[in-house]
Design a protein around this ligand. Sequence first.
Ligand SMILES: NC(=O)c1ccc[n+]([C@@H]2O[C@H](COP(=O)([O-])OP(=O)(O)OC[C@H]3O[C@@H](n4cnc5c(N)ncnc54)[C@H](O)[C@@H]3O)[C@@H](O)[C@H]2O)c1
Length: 402
Amino acid sequence: MTEQKKNSGRLGVWLVGARGAISTCVTYGLAGLVEGLIEPVGLCTETDSLKALELVGLEDIVLGGCDICTRSLAESAGELEQQGVLPSALVAATAASAAAYEARIVPGLLDQSEGAPVAADPESERLGALPVKEQIEAIGAALESFKEETGVTRVIVVNLASSEGQRETPDSWSSLAAFEAAVEAGEAQPSSVLYAYAALKAGYPFINFTPSAGSSIPALRELALERGVAHAGSDGKTGETLVKTVLAPMFSGRALKVLAWQGYNMLGNRDGQVLEDPGHKAAKLHNKDQVLRELLQDDELHTQVAIDLVPSLNDWKTAWDYIHFEGFLGAKMSLQFTWQGSDSALAAPLVLDLVRLVDEAANRGTAGALDHLACFFKAPLNGGTHDFHAQHDRLLTYAAKS
Ligand SMILES: NC(=O)c1ccc[n+]([C@@H]2O[C@H](COP(=O)([O-])OP(=O)(O)OC[C@H]3O[C@@H](n4cnc5c(N)ncnc54)[C@H](O)[C@@H]3O)[C@@H](O)[C@H]2O)c1
């Protein structure tokens, strides 16, 4: 009998926030790649440096997921077509696989404490109002149905849902026992945590692309280790923060003193609408601010990031950064950059990279937070440096040793 490779068979990828802008670009982009209609631009796992890894083939990825909205996938695609992000020819040519994916999207958990960021479907409202234990069971059952109906051999859950607001850390997050007792007692939990718990409990890796708590809390880190499951997060590093973590090490490397680093972001998509709320904005800004203070090793650094909603920009985020710095003889100088990028087009290939890399690590039997994937995140679960060059070297070293 021939020995089965651990990564044989198809991989199920279950997207939370399945009709959001990033998920929509993942869906049409993946179909386009598989059908040879687009090039793998922006996909790190298609570069020679990561080719040595035994990654699942793109054609072996089956997408499913959940959402709480009444908006159809076709409507999400239509928005992105209008904004010049998704090419209309690609949407038309991959309509059949998109329809098959849409049929695999089930209602999610509408988090009552978040309020609905979008028009929510009644079944998601019903599920979100159940006792927490039953919410977890509903997600567990949805994951099992997805696996059974698609015949995939393994599943990875990716959180691509709207960002949650910043909250006080409850005592129940400090250990798995305390968390499970709180669930039994019906203590409310953010939906990102419930999705992560259901995935890890079932033995499925979890990727948190959002700034929400997800699997980052101590209780779920413990669960991942106990169940021997890999997880990765948090908050994808796709644009302005990516540039910051490339540039900041340059100032340190040349012993130039950064006096101030101001950032101003404008965005107009649904993510921007959610971030209009001060609680949600705080979660995002925390991740953005931490990065520079750590990189420049200056807790007193004058750094601020502002985010404003500018609806007409849609998915095209614009970030302007002003860096005031001092050189030899006290000479004051400045560097400014402007980043204009389609947030969803930047994020979607990274989601595919993460899925393939987490699957590879899981197939090797790696459990817990994956530190070689830090270069993909603004707030890597294992901490460590935010220096993109060092983080990327870590990934290349991992790949070279395989
Ligand atoms: N695009 C980027 O560059 C980038 C970078 C880092 C992080 N992120 C994060 O990725 C996430 C997705 O971004 P997007 O632009 O696709 O947002 P989006 O608003 O277009 O999509 C989010 C989707 O999540 C759904 N949703 C909300 N609450 C849910 C719940 N409880 N369960 C299931 N579905 C739920 C919404 O209905 C929506 O369809 C956001 O949290 C964003 O902050 C994006």
